[in-house]
Design a protein around this ligand. Sequence first.
Ligand code: GRF
Length: 202
Amino acid sequence: VRLVVLVSGSGTNLQALLDAIAAEGVARYGAEVVAVGADRDGIDGLVRAERAGIPTFVCRVKDHTGRAEWDAALAEATAAHEPDLVVSAGFMKILGQKFLARFGGRCVNTHPALLPSFPGAHGVRDALAHGVKVTGCTVHFVDDGVDTGPIIAQGVVEVRDEDDESALHERIKEVERSLLVEVVGRLARHGYRIEGRKVRIP
Ligand code: GRF
């Protein structure tokens, strides 16, 4: 299974995938990262890909006349690598209709909260501000909403009284990285069916 991973930041989720594939081998893990895409330059996520000898592409909104043109360009750049599955791992842009027309149903996202609670770009901050006692992370298929697609798996993380946003996010990311590695591997090895809001992995 060919994976294209989309990143916007440090890329530790990407790194977890790369490490798992390196440790188990492509055949046993069931997937390989064939390219890494980003919406901005100068991020560690791209450095991690380059260190692993993986092709990268950058698709910046400001290089395009509008959001729809950017979305189309991102879809083209992604399609050039012929992915079987796209993994959005800390990608901080909403994937538009052209992208989803091509990759909907085979694009997963990881979110640092227990969806449907706390969707959007500040899930960790919002959970903390709300005073929840447990939060966590969610791996789900991307649909045309924001963090609203069918849920594949979730991991629970306790909130501690002394937590600030970064401490809590780091603790979430520890769970998130292993959840993403486990889910992507299962999808790759066993395939899957999306039935409404249910995801079936045989
Ligand atoms: C992850 O927690 C992801 O869910 C969120 O931003 C973080 C990205 O971390 N959207 P990294 O870039 O994978 O280190």
